[in-house]
Design a binder for this molecule. Structure first.
Ligand code: TRP
Length: 432
C-alpha cells in the first residue's frame, strides 16, 4: 500500500463527488441550498460529505482562554459549527504568530437580510478579540456571471452592500474592503492564474457541478474567490508577510470554493486557509433552506421598519406551538421546529433568559404570542441599531466615484480612488 500523503499533500476535493446532485436528496453548494423533500438540512451529513470537522466544546474553550473573552453567542450556540484547521490557527496564535481574516459577499440584492449579517457580525467579533487584519471581498463579478444583472448594476449593489457591511463596525485601522471589478489585477491576478493552472476542468466539475451548458465565465470564476486566501494577493497590506495564515468565516455553502483553494495552496507555497463555517439562517416559514432575498416575506431585512418586523414575525414566523390554548397548555410547543425560538437563539444574548423561554414555552406555560413579542423586541433593536450605523455611511463617506471606494492603503495606490479622511469616519475605515 502506498504511504499516506503528508498532511500538506492531502487532497480534499477527491473526498467529494459532484455536489450538485446528492444521493441523500439535499443540495448544498454556493448557488443552491435545499433540504430533502422540504425537510431540514442534515448538517452532520454535510460535515461528512464535505470532509470538515465539527467545532467542539474544547475548541470553543480554547478560544475563550486565548482571547480572555467569553465566546460569541454564535459559538456558544453552535451557529458556527464546523471548521477546517481552526486548531492550527489557534496553535499559531498561541505561539505569537498573527493571522488575517477573509470573508466576502456576493452583492445580489439591494438590502441585506438578517442571514447576510451573521458572517459579518461574527467576523467583527473575531477581529475584536484577536485584533487581526481583515479583508472583505465583494464579488460583483460573481453576481454578474450568475444573475441576470448588468455589470453596472452589480457594481452599484456592491457599493450599497458595502455600507451595510461597514455599518457592522469593523476596526477601521485593520480592514480592507474591495470589489472585484475594481481590484482584480496585479498581484491578485497573478495568483488567480497560478490557481487556475492547477485545477483541471474535471476537478472543477467534480467540485462545483458545472455542466457543458454552463458558460465559461462560471468555470473561470473560482480562482477569484480563492486568492484572497493568499497574503501575496494584497501586497499593499501584507508585503513581507507571505507566510501569514488566513482564517475564513463563512456559511458552509462556500466550502467548495475553499476545498479547491486548500488543494492548491501548498503547491504555491502557502498555508491552506482555515475555515470556520456557519449553519444557514432559517426562513421565517421554517427550516428547510436558507432565507431567500427574493421572497420578501421569508426574511427580515435590515431596512424593515418596526411595523414590518412586527407583521412579519406575527404573520409568517412558523410556530411550534399547538393550535388551541388547551392543547398548548397540555402538550407545550415543539421547539425543534419553532422559528421564534430559533431566531432568539441567534440573537438573544442572555443565556439564562433563552433557557427560561425554552423551558416555559416547551412546557406550554408560555404561549407563542409571548415568545413572538420578545423576538419582535430583540429584532427591532438590532435592526434599529444597524440603521443608525448605516446612516453614518453616506455616499460622501464612500467617496465620489461609483467605480472605486475601496479603502485603506488601497486609496493611496489607486489614482481613481477617493481618499477618505478618518475625521469624517468616526467608526468606519482607514486612511493611513
Ligand atoms: N461567494 C460569496 C457569495 O455569493 C461571496 C464571497 C466571496 C465570500 N469571498 C468570500 C463569502 C469569502 C465568504 C467568504 O455571497
Amino acid at each position: 500500500m502506498a504511504p499516506p500523503p503528508a498532511a500538506a499533500e492531502q487532497i480534499e476535493t477527491t473526498t467529494t463527488t459532484a455536489i450538485h446532485e446528492e444521493d441523500d436528496g439535499q443540495v448544498v453548494n454556493p448557488w443552491e441550498v435545499s433540504a430533502k423533500d422540504g425537510g431540514k438540512i442534515d448538517y452532520d451529513k454535510l460535515i461528512d460529505r464535505f470532509g470538515c470537522q465539527r467545532l467542539d466544546h474544547a475548541l470553543i474553550q480554547r478560544v475563550e482562554h486565548l482571547t480572555s473573552c467569553p465566546a460569541h453567542v454564535f459559538l456558544r450556540r453552535g451557529v458556527f459549527f464546523a471548521h477546517r484547521d481552526f486548531a492550527e490557527i489557534l496553535d499559531a496564535y498561541e505561539r505569537g504568530d498573527n493571522f488575517y481574516l477573509y470573508t466576502g459577499r456576493g452583492p445580489s440584492s439591494e438590502a441585506l437580510h438578517l442571514g447576510h449579517l451573521i458572517p459579518f457580525m461574527f467576523t467583527k467579533y473575531l477581529q475584536d478579540v484577536f485584533k487581526v487584519p481583515l479583508v472583505i471581498q465583494l464579488t460583483d463579478d460573481e453576481k454578474f456571471l450568475w444573475k441576470n444583472l448588468t455589470v453596472e448594476e452589480c457594481q452599484r449593489l456592491a457599493r450599497e452592500n458595502a455600507k451595510d457591511i461597514i455599518a457592522c463596525g469593523f476596526d477601521i485601522s485593520k480592514t480592507f474592503i474591495f470589489a472585484d471589478f475594481n481590484y482584480v489585477g496585479g498581484a491578485f491576478y497573478k495568483n488567480m492564474v497560478e490557481v487556475a493552472k492547477r485545477v483541471t476542468y474535471n476537478q472543477a466539475v467534480g467540485i462545483f457541478g458545472f455542466t457543458g451548458e454552463d458558460h465559461i465565465g462560471k468555470v473561470s470564476f473560482p480562482p477569484v474567490q480563492a486568492v484572497p486566501s493568499f497574503p501575496s494577493s494584497f501586497p499593499h497590506l501584507f508585503s513581507g508577510k507571505e507566510n501569514l495564515r488566513c482564517l475564513i468565516p463563512c456559511a458552509i455553502d462556500q466550502d467548495p470554493y475553499f476545498r479547491m483553494t486548500r488543494d492548491v495552496a501548498p503547491k504555491l507555497g502557502y498555508h491552506k486557509p482555515a475555515l470556520i463555517e456557519s449553519l444557514f439562517f432559517p426562513a421565517l416559514q421554517g427550516e428547510t433552506g436558507k432565507m431567500s432575498a427574493s421572497d420578501p416575506n421569508s426574511a427580515i431585512y435590515v431596512t424593515d421598519s418596526a411595523k414590518d418586523i412586527k407583521n412579519k414575525v406575527n404573520k409568517h414566523a412558523f410556530s411550534g406551538g399547538q393550535d388551541s390554548i388547551e392543547k398548548h397548555r397540555q402538550l407545550g410547543a415543539n421547539l425543534e421546529v419553532d422559528i421564534p425560538v430559533k431566531y432568539l437563539s441567534f440573537f438573544l444574548e442572555d443565556d439564562a433568559e433563552l433557557e427560561h423561554i425554552k423551558k416555559e414555552y416547551g412546557a406550554g406555560r408560555m404561549l407563542t404570542g409571548e415568545v413572538k413579542q420578545r423576538l419582535i423586541q430583540v429584532l427591532t433593536e438590532l435592526v434599529e441599531r444597524h440603521r443608525r450605523a448605516r446612516a453614518a455611511v453616506t455616499d460622501e463617506v464612500l467617496g465620489p466615484t461609483a467605480l472605486l471606494w475601496a479603502v485603506g492603503h488601497f486609496t493611496r495606490c489607486s489614482p481613481s480612488g477617493a481618499v477618505l479622511h478618518a475625521s469624517t469616519l468616526p467608526r468606519v475605515l482607514l486612511v493611513e
